[in-house]
Design a binder for this molecule. Structure first.
Ligand SMILES: Cc1cc2nc3c(=O)[nH]c(=O)nc-3n(C[C@H](O)[C@H](O)[C@H](O)COP(=O)(O)O)c2cc1C
Length: 135
């Protein structure tokens, strides 16, 4: 999950407790993290799917915190701002959802996002659609 802080510094965390919860909607269950602080500021986040090639990076994003270190830099990742929301796209990941925060509850840790766009590398497409076998 990719976010910007209030200064525009990108961060990422690993999130497993999440699922599609409606058409065009995604829900996560989160403890308090740098990521949740960021989402409160920006009201946006991206979701990228780990692959064989990115599993080590994704794992790393889940064991350190952006409160202590710039994980994006340390992992050697490249980012650019998503076109539709105020959150970073991490270029090493082939599929990314761009999400607006619909709601976030500090008490329950439940984050609901509206998926406003998705980006995919040519490498995971077949006939213009995401091919989950390739991904
Ligand atoms: C495989 C894996 C899955 C994780 N899933 C979640 C999750 O669903 N919810 C959550 O709150 N934390 C989860 N974490 C923990 C966060 O990724 C971790 O605390 C991270 O350091 C938070 O980063 P941040 O402080 O930079 O936001 C997971 C960690 C790993 C390694």
């Amino acid at each position: 999950m990719g976010t910007y802080d209030e200064k525009g510094v990108p961060n990422a965390m690993n999130a497993a407790w999440g699922a599609q919860s409606d058409y065009g909607e995604i829900t996560f269950f989160l403890a308090k993290h740098k990521t949740t602080d960021n989402i409160k500021h920006t009201k946006a986040f991206t979701v990228a799917f780990a692959t064989k090639d990115t599993v080590d990076i994704a794992d790393y994003f889940g064991v350190e915190t952006g409160n202590d270190v710039n994980k994006i830099e340390k992992a050697g990742c490249h980012v650019h701002k998503s076109r539709h929301v105020n959150a970073p796209i991490i270029e090493e990941f082939p599929v990314t959802l761009e999400c607006e925060c619909t709601s976030y509850d500090d008490n329950t840790g439940i984050l609901v996002g509206k998926i406003v766009a998705q980006q995919a590398d040519e490498s995971v497409l077949t006939d213009g659609k995401i091919d989950y076998d390739k991904l």
